[in-house]
Design a protein around this ligand. Sequence first.
Ligand code: HEM
Length: 518
Amino acid sequence: MAKQLRQVTIDEVAAHNNEASLWIVVDSKVYDLTRFIDLHPGGKNVLLDGEVAGKDVTNLFFSLHRHEVLLKPAYARLQIGTVIGQKEKIIPRGSGELSRVPYAEPAWLSPGFSSPYYNDSHRRFLVAVRKFADEVVFPDGNVQDGLGKPPSPAVLDKIAQLNMNAMRLGPGKHLEGLTLMNGIIKPEEFDCFHEMILTQELTNPATRGYNDGLLGGMVIGLPAVMNYATPQLKAKVLPEVLGGKKFISLAISEAFAGSDVAGLRTVAKKTPDGKHFIVTGTKKWITNGNFSDYFVTPCRTEKGLTVLLIPRTPEVSTKIIKTAYSSSAGTAHVFFDGVKVPVENILGPENGGLVVILSNFNHERWSMTCSTVKNERAIVAECFQWAAQRIIFGKPLLEQPVIRSKLAAMIARVETSQNWLEQITFQMNNMPYKSQAKYLAGPIALLKMHTTRSAQATATDAIQLFGGRGITQSGLGRVIEAYHRGVTFDATLGGAEDVLADLGVRQAMKFLPKDIRL
Ligand code: HEM
């Protein structure tokens, strides 16, 4: 039965001002902290201070804690009543709702703005996905990311039931006949902007490892199966993976070679009867590798590179690699010790695997950029709110011109990234797939380089704004701390910034006419 809350006067609160009975008021709510004094993570003395015990400490409380502290059931139950004549003033964003903080949402969701790229189906879709993320995904992420465990099976099941796995691979034939997000959108309506929304809404700046654990391996690995596997192999693997029953990862990088795929050393040797390959080698930094059932693996073969779909067998073993973010991502070493793989598992042309790898990169980098921009925006909003509520030298941080200048730079960076991302997404919606490899490989590489550089600059600025809180894993700056640690993954996975910068310009050089001069 719900606890009956009392109506209390401010004078009554004031009488409970010592260790024997300690009450406080935060935003019209009366809390009895008597039995909490010794349990308070911030210590006992601060609660017994003459300016705190028996007082309305709303401003002080919010200068030291995130609002979420009061919403946690363990702490919410400390409330015993409300102050007569007062009303709650601090309203958190509800599940599925938009943020009211300026620049916390992209322009198309901001009051008064319109956009040529989005219609009502995108808005409906965003609200449904955001509600699902708020209620199902993020609560799981907050727990599992801390424990270093992959997303819970129950969450992955729900994701699969809504056909989100299929949607995360973008528009296309694989969506035909599926009920998407309980029917909120039809398969034929689904476009790259819906995919962008889905990718962005499932990501959370506070749980970067978990975000990748949420089947990042599938997003970057399964397209190679969809585009290059035999019909028989597709018929077996796609339903298993899209249905959330089996997991897949893209196993390219090795200790010897990262972005330099020509240097790969994993070898696949054909058996004398020509029916199998025997694969030997080690892959490194494989996202989701630790819990994957399938590995999309480029190997050296007689005359080049061949991409194989390698199922987990006793000859395949995996080991977690501890990285700066959570092991939720399942980042692993993958060891192939003489694995027998049928030739039917070749993806794309034998000895022509480079095409498979390169064609995969565009979608991979684009989807990573979607997440980077979303998380950077969330950090801009954290900083805006903090600058408004942090009182220093008697006034809010936001009153300082230097702070407004920092915020201006952050806003300009995220808006630039978002607008470029939308422009490229529009091209993806309208350009035939084959032309995309020709025209978009360069721009997507430069876009990813730009967004991760910008995101890193924002992470650094955010730490300056939050000070020590921004490098602390709990409390007010916990999102900033996690973001700052995780943003380097954005800048590294899918191609390091310098490699992408170089690729972008080299692609443009192909279009530079030889017959022009200044
Ligand atoms: C309902 C009442 C309160 C609850 C449930 C509560 C809970 C917490 C929790 C969970 C933390 C750990 C850090 C975090 O997760 O934010 C904390 C830290 C702290 N709390 Fe409280 N608290 C309460 C009231 C107060 C009050 C009235 C003060 C007044 C000064 C206070 C001062 C502090 C301080 C100084 C810290 C350490 C902050 C830091 O290290 O940055 N708390 N509190």
